[in-house]
Every structure is written in C-alpha cells, then in structure tokens.
Design a protein around this ligand. Structure first.
Ligand code: XMP
Ligand code: MG
Length: 184
C-alpha cells in the first residue's frame, strides 16, 4: 500500500520506500563489518513493528545469522509509551553466550528498549547491541547506547513500514506522519 491509498490520514511523507531501502543497505554494511560468520549473530526482532525492518535487513546482511522474535507491550492502542513493559511472547532461543542484535522499528522514549536491553543482558548474552530504523531525539527519556541508527525524526507519531496506529498502516511502503484527526 502506498501513501496515496490513505492520503487523508497522512499529513506528510517522511521517508520514501527508496530512502528506507538505501538506509537499510547502509545499516547492513555497518553491521556486517562488525560480525563474522563464526559469531553466528542472533537478530531479535521486536514484534510487531520491526517485521519489515527485520525482513529487509536480514536479507541485506551477508553474514551467517539466526532470527528470533519477542513481543512486548508498552503502548496499548494509544500514542504514548506507558513505561510498563510486559513480555507477550518470549524468545525461543537460549541466548547465553550469543551475540545478539535487537532489531527495532523506532525509539521514542527509549523505555521499551532500555528494559529489553537489561532483560537480554541478564540472560548472559555475550553481547547485546541495538539496531533501530528510527529515533525521535526530542522524545527520549532514557539514554541508551544504540550502535546502529537509521534516521533521526521529528517528535510526531509516524506510521508505515511496520509502524501502526491501532494496527493499521503497517503495510504502507513508506513512512508518514499520522494526521491528528485519526487519533483525536
Ligand atoms: P518507547 O517510547 O518505549 O516506544 O521508546 C517504543 C515503541 O513504541 C512504539 N512507537 C510508535 N509506533 N509510531 C508508531 O507506530 C510512532 O510514532 C511510535 N513511537 C513509538 C513502537 O512500537 C516502538 O517499538
Ligand atoms: Mg515496536
């Protein structure tokens, strides 16, 4: 689905399909440079927003890897982080001794990722790094060390390329700013 299919719900196209694809390629080149096949990198995708990033990034990476998924909730159906994180689906993989790379769609307050980072580290992973496609610098409440970041974006609610509002718009090819009339 393209922005033109939901035009009245989007105030501005922030990132086009092409810009996203180019950035995913850049991120993959940087990640490849830091891991070898022997590291047997484990990508941990955070459901459901990171599905598109994971699918595209994993296919760009020319290094041996495994993929696993976690689902956590911090938002409900609103647009504000609650800071209360719950595991809805845990990993199927034992990560002790593994090199883990968390794959996320967006860092907003940072509350979800800082919790996830601590959680995965406590399981004895050899390393835990983060790759996030988007970050909202103005919204950050907790500083986290993010090794791979795609774009810094304005503090607006965005949808598309995996990102939803009330489970809609995930299948947009580009990323846009959601019009206030949709959620107010
Ligand atoms: P925090 O605030 O904990 O939030 O960093 C991270 C999670 O919140 C969701 N999120 C968004 N989802 N548009 C969305 O569709 C947004 O602008 C947005 N901001 C935060 C997202 O699931 C992310 O993992
Ligand atoms: Mg998410």
């Amino acid at each position: 689905m393209d922005i033109s299919d939901v035009q009245s719900d989007i105030t501005e196209v922030l990132l086009t399909e092409e810009q996203i694809a180019e950035k995913i390629g850049d991120l993959a080149r940087r990640i490849e440079a830091d891991y070898t096949d022997d590291d047997n990198l484990l990508l941990v995708g955070v459901l459901r927003g990171a599905v598109m990033v994971m699918a595209d990034l994993a296919r760009e990476l020319r290094v041996q890897l495994n993929m696993d998924w976690m689902a956590v909730s911090s938002y409900g159906s609103g647009t504000q982080s609650s800071g209360v994180v719950r595991i809805l689906k845990d990993l199927d993989t034992d990560i002790s001794g593994r090199k883990v790379l968390i794959v996320e769609d967006i860092i907003d307050s940072g509350l979800t990722l800082s919790w996830l980072l601590a959680n995965l580290r406590s399981r004895g992973a050899a390393s835990v790094e983060i790759c996030a496609l988007l970050r909202k610098p103005e919204a950050v409440k907790v500083e986290i060390d993010v090794r791979y970041i795609g774009f810094d974006i304005p503090n607006a609610f965005v949808v598309g390329y995996g990102l939803d509002y009330a489970e809609r718009y995930r299948n947009l090819k580009s990323i846009g700013v959601l019009a206030p009339h949709v959620y107010s």
